[in-house]
Design a protein around this ligand. Structure first.
Ligand code: PLP
Length: 449
């Protein structure tokens, strides 16, 4: 595409005048004006093209502008752009069927929402009514969304500003061996001690007060900590013993990200409720939802479910989901995440870790990877302090700037960079991204001791 800096300047000026951005001090941000995107790349108005290792906010699992989904949206728009949620509509029925076919166990009923946070809101509401209990247990080092209940369930600093203490949430520590809260030295110790900690938390909170335990199957924004074998099965067991609803949040980890349709498939666990969004239609039109077990669906068999949304199961979003799921199956997108992840991305990242002292740990699976950047590999001191801003965050800012200068758009959160490209990433694109990361990590190395 031809550069057009004038058009870019107009887009930017209107943004700066009128758009109020998420999670930001409005005067301190400088959003890039984007002119277009296709596949794994996007470009600005000045002629710069970037390989997107963020998949937007980890949601464009099929890349940008996939022609089959664009066509399905156009066709649905021409046929029936919208229709109220109380009616049976073809694209909604079909999306629910395709999702239910893929969700584990008997999660066969789908409640559609507009995104991930409201999926979490509704999962919690279902669990509370199903159990008649008030509280929810969630992990520190988690993200569940920006609405009041979901942000209070979140275990990162984004909660603090909205924490009224009235959301009925109790946080616990999930396993994370690299920064173990349990003085564990092996994955097995971490697993056993994290389960023991959770059971003690349940005992002291009072099992009869706990409606749900909500976990990201693999925590995403908080650092892509793949849980040790046996952990999620152990949580499933605790939930069964204490009559607690087990909710897995697959908003980020679902729909191919881990090289399986759902991360739950990696661990062979079936929750009672599963939330999804993002990858369900690669975010081409906003859509999320809750997959519901037979038992919980039955609670609302004769008794009305007290919740709903004007756009629940929006036909345009559902048509995008139908096309996305079908093409992911036809084109082997989930298998691609697994194969390119295991054969190119993982070995490439491990080779970078050997060369760069700033890389403390490489962890992940499929197209879902984190590099933990450290000042010192021995002490594991993070490259920047927890929740650093301004000057204290300079090393990560320098890393990100170096990546961009090499044509790579990186995902950066605290002292980590996440490698979360589209699940359609080719081997050549993976190698291009790894080479840019190599250069950017040399910048990070300069801040090591
Ligand atoms: N849950 C998880 C695991 C997420 O990663 C996110 C978003 O990043 C959400 C929930 C919230 O989703 P949304 O931003 O669509 O509300």
């Amino acid at each position: 595409p031809q550069p057009n800096p004038q058009a870019g300047a107009a887009v930017k000026a209107a943004d700066r005048a009128h758009v109020f951005h998420s999670w930001s001090a409005q005067e301190l941000i400088d959003p890039l004006a984007v002119a277009g995107a296709e596949g794994s790349y996007f470009w600005d108005y000045d002629g710069n093209r970037y390989l997107d290792f963020t998949s937007g906010l980890v949601y464009t699992n099929i890349g940008y502008q996939h022609p089959k989904v664009v066509a399905a949206i156009q066709e649905q728009a021409a046929t029936l752009t919208t229709f109220a949620p109380a009616f049976a509509v073809e694209s909604r029925s079909e999306a629910a069927r395709l999702i239910a076919e893929r969700t584990p166990g008997d999660l066969d009923k789908i409640f559609f929402t507009n995104g991930g946070a409201d999926a979490i809101e509704h999962a919690v509401r279902m669990a509370r009514i199903h159990t008649g209990r008030p509280k929810v247990l969630t992990a520190y080092r988690s993200y569940h969304g920006g609405t009041q209940q979901a942000v209070n369930m979140t275990g990162d600093p984004r909660r603090w500003a909205s924490d009224s203490g009235t959301a009925g949430v109790v946080h616990f520590w999930a396993p994370f061996l690299y920064r173990s809260r349990f003085y564990a030295e092996t994955e097995q110790q971490e697993c056993e001690r994290a389960l023991e900690h959770l059971e003690t938390t349940i005992a002291f909170e009072g099992p009869g007060t706990i409606a749900a335990i909500v976990l990201e199957t693999i925590p995403g924004t908080a650092g892509i900590m793949v849980p040790p074998r046996g952990y999620l099965a152990g949580v499933r067991d605790l939930c069964d013993r204490y009559g607690i609803v087990f909710v897995l949040d697959e908003v980020m980890a679902g729909f191919g990200r881990t090289g399986e349709w759902f991360a739950a498939d990696l661990f062979e666990v079936t929750p009672d409720l599963m939330t999804f969004a993002k990858g369900v239609n690669s975010g081409y039109v906003p859509l999320g939802g809750v997959a519901i077990s037979g038992e919980i669906a039955e609670t609302f068999g004769k008794r009305p479910y007290p919740g709903g949304l004007t756009y629940s199961g929006h036909p345009l979003a559902c048509a995008a989901a139908v096309a996305t799921i079908k093409l992911m199956a036809e084109e082997g997108v989930v298998a691609n995440a697994s194969v390119v992840g295991a054969q190119v991305v993982e070995p490439g990242l491990r080779a970078l870790a050997e060369r760069h002292p700033s890389v403390g740990e490489v962890r992940g699976v499929g197209m879902f990877w984190a590099l933990e950047l450290v000042k010192n590999r021995e002490t594991r001191e993070p490259l920047v302090p927890y929740n650093a801003a301004g000057e204290a965050n300079a090393p990560m800012a320098a890393f990100a700037a170096a990546a961009k200068a090499h044509g790579l758009w990186p995902f950066v959160n605290m002292n980590r960079t996440h490698v979360v490209p589209p699940c359609t990433l080719t081997e050549a694109e993976a190698k291009e991204g790894l080479a840019a990361l190599d250069a950017a990590l040399s910048m990070a190395d300069e801040y090591t001791e």
